[in-house]
Ligand binder design. Structure first.
Ligand SMILES: O=C(O)CCC(=O)C(=O)O
Ligand SMILES: [Fe+2]
Length: 250
């Protein structure tokens, strides 16, 4: 399937096209204006409220010198049922088109990255060093910006499968030491920054594509929702958003 297009049902300013063939060739596809802002706002408001209350499910991680740089909510759908609206027909068709099969949900999480001074950010505090996820390559990540994300807010950064191969062949070492790839890994012609308004989204194979979180500038934040999708013989159950995490990687 080349392109999934569905009428935007009264949300005239939305662009509901997702190019699922691009996920195969490039490794990722960006949907810049996908979800109604009211849906995203409902989810973000509830997440913010949980953080403000210090809800025990919102885990501060990591804490460096007494300062939390990220708050993570696992199994977010159990606390925020509105997340059920994210796998609508449009997204589901695109994901089925990519897998060529039904799909299931492995994890559903939300996190907030907080601003960090460059010396702290240099410690790789929230997956902000280039890496590929060490998970089965069948997993597809759906990443939704829950806040308006500019370059200053540490957008998700990604490179194509082709550029990723170039980096690996140049002798990429680890997140901490890029080794032979150090000189080419930040090629501005290859790096794509997933900035966008709340509700913008990227579907990405993070095993095959080099990626990282951008560093959030001091005083700013970035809220991200992520769903890990896997091929499945069964149709998606209606209560998929109540998924409970067994394991996940980033
Ligand atoms: O927070 C981000 O932008 C990147 C996180 C990441 O590396 C991942 O989800 O695999
Ligand atoms: Fe990752």
């Amino acid at each position: 399937m080349a392109r999934a297009r569905v009428a935007s049902r009264g949300h005239g300013d939305l662009d509901t096209s997702i190019d699922s063939s691009l996920i195969r060739t490039q490794g990722f596809a960006i949907a810049p204006k996908l979800f109604p802002v009211e849906l995203i706002q409902t989810i973000e408001d509830k997440f913010s409220q949980m953080l403000a209350e210090g809800h025990p499910a919102t885990e501060p991680r990591p804490i460096i010198d007494g300062v939390a740089y990220r708050f993570l909510l696992l199994d977010a759908g159990r606390y925020i049922p509105a997340t059920a609206g994210l796998l609508d027909e449009n997204v589901s068709n695109a994901v089925r088109g990519y897998f060529g099969s039904n799909f299931g949900v492995m994890t559903l999480k939300i996190w907030r990255n907080l601003g960090a001074e460059p010396d702290v950010a240099a410690q790789g505090i929230y997956a902000n060093n280039w890496h590929c996820d060490a998970q089965p390559t069948s997993i597809l990540k759906m990443m939704v910006n829950l806040s308006d994300v500019t370059e200053a807010d540490g957008p998700f950064h990604v490179q194509s499968r082709k550029d990723t191969k170039r980096i690996i062949r140049a002798g990429y070492g680890t997140r901490e030491n890029y080794a032979g790839a150090a000189n080419i890994i930040d090629n501005p012609n290859a790096v794509v920054k997933c900035t966008g308004p709340k509700g913008s989204m990227v579907l990405c194979n993070t095993e095959l594509c080099m990626h990282k979180a951008g560093t959030v500038e001091p005083g700013r934040t970035r809220d991200m929702l992520q769903i890990e999708l896997i091929p499945s013989p069964e149709p998606l159950p209606t209560d998929w958003y109540r998924v409970q995490t067994l394991s996940s990687g980033n």
